[in-house]
Design a protein around this ligand. Structure first.
Ligand code: IMP
Ligand code: MG
Length: 181
């Protein structure tokens, strides 16, 4: 019988560290958006776990929406071509939008998403990302709220997948080399 964690080389960021940081971010967002109409956007699928935890640490009357985009490329390298798979269902005009994303890597996904949302005349558009890999950036984009800044290792768990698997690991992990073969 195999267990979920059999593929894990090591835990990079533990569930306890994540929980503490998510609570801290939620408190910061609560303070920054008090008195404003906030729409929290969950970027599918990678951000769902982070989103559901963060949402419950925001002590404000917020509305939520979902958005999905894919960037095409071969394997782990993105081509920079980003395609919208599921657009927002809400009208964001005049509202404050906070995009909740799993990771900013090349930056293409967030650049395209922010530009697209901005063209709809919201009051503001900001990014909250669980992870930031600044060393991999190919296009200029910065997150406004970042839980953890990481190196260029591939990470899985807490919503992040490898080949659509491992999103259900409660910790953010480095996988064994053998998984990629
Ligand atoms: P972008 O390159 O900034 O456009 O990021 C695109 C997407 O690549 C992210 O939203 C993730 O879904 C995925 N991604 C990038 N790095 C990792 C990683 O280390 N683990 C899992 N997914 C990743
Ligand atoms: Mg993603």
């Amino acid at each position: 019988m195999s267990n979920l964690y059999d593929v894990v080389e090591r835990v990079a960021i533990s569930r306890e560290e994540i929980a503490a940081k998510v609570a801290e971010l939620g408190a910061k967002i609560t303070g920054d958006y008090r008195g404003k109409e906030l729409i929290l956007v969950c970027v599918l699928k990678g951000a769902v776990v982070f989103f559901s935890d963060l949402l419950r640490h925001i002590d404000l009357p917020v509305t939520v929406d979902t958005f999905a985009a894919s960037s095409y490329g071969n394997g782990s390298e993105t081509s920079g071509e980003v395609v919208v798979e599921k657009d927002l269902s809400m009208d964001i005009r005049g509202k404050h939008v906070l995009i909740v994303e799993d990771i900013i890597d090349s930056g293409y996904t967030m650049r395209k998403t922010v530009d697209m949302f901005s063209s709809r005349n919201p009051a503001s558009v900001k990014i909250c990302a669980l992870l930031d890999k600044p060393s991999r950036r190919k296009i200029d984009i910065k997150g406004d709220y970042i839980a953890f800044t990481v190196g260029n290792e591939f990470l899985a768990g807490y919503g992040l997948d490898y080949a659509q698997l491992y999103r259900n690991m409660p910790d953010i992990c480095v996988l064994k080399e053998s998984v990629y073969r």
